[in-house]
Design a binder for this molecule. Sequence first.
Ligand code: DGL
Length: 271
Amino acid sequence: MGPIGVFDSGYGGLTVLNAVREHLPNYEYIYLGDNARAPYGSRSFDVVHEFTWQAVEFLFKQGCPLIIIACNTASAKALRTIQQTQLLDSYSGRRVLGVIRPSTETIGEWTKSNHVGILGTLGTIQSCSYIIELEKYAPQITTHQLACPMWVPLIENNYHNTDAGRAIIREDVDKLLSMSADIDTIVLACTHYPIIENQIKELVGPRVKVFSQGQIVAKKLKEYLERHTEIDNLLSKSGKVSYITTENTEVFNDKASKYLGLQIQSLHTHL
Ligand code: DGL
């Protein structure tokens, strides 16, 4: 029996872990943030894939039977290869899931105008993963997407509340809204962005709904474990959570508390 691994390039995945723990509080979790090499958003396909696989192998070695890649960029650029080749070659029986599919399966339920805005990193947007997946699950939707390459660095460095940070965020939100007056739903397709969800909601006003992925991923994971009892039976239910970062642990603890109100003692690793 082992924990559920939750991986992100940095702090963003903590927003997913929080929501998952609300829905599945009895399970054991290991969170891994590759803060030393974040952001992933502007890195090439090969590099994101290499870093993500290193993280996945690390979590497998910690005994995780199931890993959630709580990072859109890594889900967009690495998940398919990991699921279709590497898992089968070396770790059959273990599972790696991402955050894009659960989101695109659900987005159709939220929009009335069928015009949806997607905000994400350069990697996620250039991969067109949301457009491709939404064509499968909600073909009636017109997708308007925008890369916000500055947002993760702003959040990781705690600059999102400065005047300059707020101006950059406002400019990007305006750019997305100017793509269509019919956009009634915006998806924060980067797990870092819920940290600035209130800032975004203030900018778009009450007419446009803003969705974060944490609750969706959590709900879908719960359903997945109900369907796949063979995986559920491999998961320990001690309620314990460990946090591991590839960067400085004190900074990680401090930011986890500042952004998400989590009082934690993280450990350090090299990947
Ligand atoms: N949280 C990651 C995502 O969802 C951020 C990527 C990055 O490190 O740039 O895309």
